[in-house]
Write a protein that binds this ligand. Structure first.
Ligand code: HEM
Length: 268
């Protein structure tokens, strides 16, 4: 079920599930001598993860992991306002935390593995949910799509692909230094400040577009996660929608502050 304009609208899956439940519980006449008919199992092969609810849960959990990463990443980036040394120390600490108990880069490697797994699972769940929705409606009986759902679907799919493309550029730029004027062996702060130099305004523009996409994706994604968790109801509707918008806005502003400050010369 989904909330649309303050009303609960049953989804195709809800209606299908209701029909299936009805069919499963309807009395079946069988000859007296025949063994009792086996009740068909409502469980789909593959268990919880194969169900729509399972996939939505995967999307919510991996989404939460990525939001937590983004909050930490944004706070770390803001260190550039405290000076190059502060930012470099933070980047160094990311690699040396847990030393000498664990080898260099242990924590960062764990973060990278968890993040990569979250991105893959999030994508897998999104694609299979989209396929299932398409299959559930083989005949296009709705001739005119509601504007709201069309916009959300487009922004989530187009935004998701844009974010993935941005990530490739972003890693080549600031993690590996391949497309950065300072190259790979430079200090993280030097790479960041050279990367967003005013002469490379187009790089800043790429980041602005990508981060706004991240914000729009998050606003809807966080709200969907609230629904999946079962928190969304009539009384909390406004508060939860507001919370999703607030978290997204804080992340957009926090992420865009360093590149814009560097491009406009406030951080050198
Ligand atoms: C727009 C402002 C952003 C800036 C200035 C920025 C800056 C950086 C920097 C400097 C690094 C390298 C860190 C290091 O090697 O020490 C990095 C890595 C990374 N960033 Fe960003 N970032 C921004 C936005 C984003 C966004 C929106 C995402 C995700 C959608 C993201 C995802 C990542 C990932 C996954 C890494 C690799 C982390 C790792 O090394 O394991 N960043 N970023």
């Amino acid at each position: 079920m989904t909330w649309t304009d303050h009303r609960w609208i049953p989804s195709v899956e809800d209606v299908t599930a209701t029909i299936e439940r009805g069919a499963a519980t309807a009395p079946v006449s069988s000859p007296k001598s025949a063994p009792p008919a086996k009740r068909p199992s409502s469980r789909k092969p593959g268990g919880f993860l194969a169900s729509s609810n399972g996939k939505k849960a995967v999307m919510a959990v991996t989404g939460v992991v990525m939001v937590l990463f983004l909050v930490g990443h944004m706070l770390g980036n803001l260190k550039i306002f405290l000076g190059r040394d502060s930012f470099n120390e933070y980047a160094h600490a990311l690699r040396t935390l847990l030393e000498p108990l664990a080898p260099y880069r242990t924590l960062l490697t764990i973060v990278e593995v968890v993040l990569a797994a979250s991105v893959v699972l999030h994508l897998w769940a999104a694609i299979s949910l989209a396929r299932r929705a398409r299959k559930a409606r083989p005949v296009k009986y709705v001739t005119k799509k509601s504007q709201a759902s069309g916009y959300t679907t487009h922004i989530m799919r187009f935004g998701g692909v844009t974010i993935l493309l941005f990530l490739v550029w972003h890693l080549l730029d600031l993690t590996f230094g391949v497309v950065n004027p300072k190259g790979s062996g430079s200090a993280p702060a030097d790479r960041m400040i050279a990367g967003f130099d005013a002469s490379r305004w187009w790089v800043t523009l790429i980041y602005v577009v990508a981060v706004v996409m991240v914000g729009l994706h998050l606003r809807h994604g966080i709200w969907s996660a609230f629904q999946t968790l079962g928190w969304a109801n009539r009384t909390r509707y406004r508060a939860l929608k507001g919370a999703a918008a607030l978290v997204s806005a804080v992340l957009v502003i926090g992420f865009l502050a360093p590149p814009l400050a560097i491009t406009f010369g406030a951080v050198k």
